[in-house]
Design a protein around this ligand. Structure first.
Ligand SMILES: [Zn+2]
Length: 294
């Protein structure tokens, strides 16, 4: 059963609800191409950004080709190529998936047809090869060709992109891409930015609220100025730290309520009221969150 786009729609619906405090219908992300805008994170580093979903795609432009970090939904593929053409004449030479979710990997199948190698963590590749959790995996046809554990480095046209697995958080296969020379960190969904993007913990894919802050502490040890979040506009180290602190607070609040023997519904209510959680997040995260804090 294919219910991935339905879930994304719920996600967006919930986000809009959390934002506006009102139910709003109509946005069907993944059903139509997203309207893309280009943000310059640093010289030669461009973010193909859109509202809410799909996730950001980041193009690192070098004299020997483009390294593309995340590739949105399949339906956004043509737009990505057209937008890149406004930036550079260089072809895409590598694709990185920060994690397995369909709004970051949906373009994989079409990019593989163009013979572009795609790299992701072993865990993310495992999730993509196993499409039983169809809410997040678009198609098995787009499974990356290269898998790594812990760290990998892409060197292309004088540019260095370090791929680092810093621990569990959003999933167990999250990768950050670090560009030391450009002082840029691309976080995937280990960090989402803006009032409409609370923590999504995908427990079915090994996510962890408890370990997430320590994972971000590792990221904060790196030397960077600009952060490209998984969703949202360009951010700073201070923004990333605030998100880390919010995640730690969430974990502590849940632990305290579990100790006080609060009910599942009371904990859900706290998450809605204090952390802006909407149905999709509760569906993915609530039981795992409670289980992890026993
Ligand atoms: Zn995600």
């Amino acid at each position: 059963m294919r219910i991935d786009s339905v879930s994304i729609r719920l996600l967006v619906l919930g986000t809009v609800t959390a934002l506006a405090g009102a139910v709003a219908y109509g946005a069907q992300f993944g059903q139509e191409p997203a309207k893309l805008r280009v943000l310059e994170a640093a010289p030669d580093v461009f973010v193909l950004n859109n509202d809410v979903a799909p996730g950001n795609a980041t193009a690192v432009v070098t004299a020997a080709g483009v390294i593309l970090i995340d590739d949105k939904f399949a339906i956004d593929h043509e737009n990505i190529l057209a937008t890149l053409k406004t930036i550079t004449t260089q072809p895409i030479r590598y694709v990185v998936n920060t994690h397995h979710h369909a709004d970051h990997t949906g373009g994989n199948a079409k990019l593989l047809q163009l013979h572009v190698p795609i790299v992701a963590s072993e865990q993310a590749v495992g999730h993509m090869a196993d499409d039983s959790d169809s809410r997040f995996v678009e198609a098995t046809a787009g499974v990356p060709t290269l898998a790594f554990r812990d760290r990998a480095t892409i060197r292309l046209g004088g540019q260095v992109v370090e791929l680092l697995q810093l621990g569990r958080g959003h999933t167990n296969g999250d990768v950050v891409a670090y560009l030391p020379a450009r002082r840029v960190l691309v976080t995937g969904d280990l960090f989402t930015f803006g009032p409409a993007t609370p923590q999504l913990i995908d427990y079915a894919a090994g996510g962890s609220a408890k370990e997430w802050p320590a994972t971000l502490d590792q990221a904060l040890k790196l030397d960077f100025d600009t952060v490209v979040p998984g969703h949202g506009g360009l951010a700073t180290r201070t923004d990333l730290r605030a998100f880390r602190d919010g995640t730690a607070r969430l974990s502590q609040r849940v632990r305290a309520m579990v100790v006080q023997k609060k009910t599942r519904e009371q904990i859900a209510e706290m998450l809605r009221a204090e952390f802006g959680w909407f149905p999709f997040l509760l569906d993915r995260g609530l039981d795992g969150l409670i289980g992890e804090h026993q």
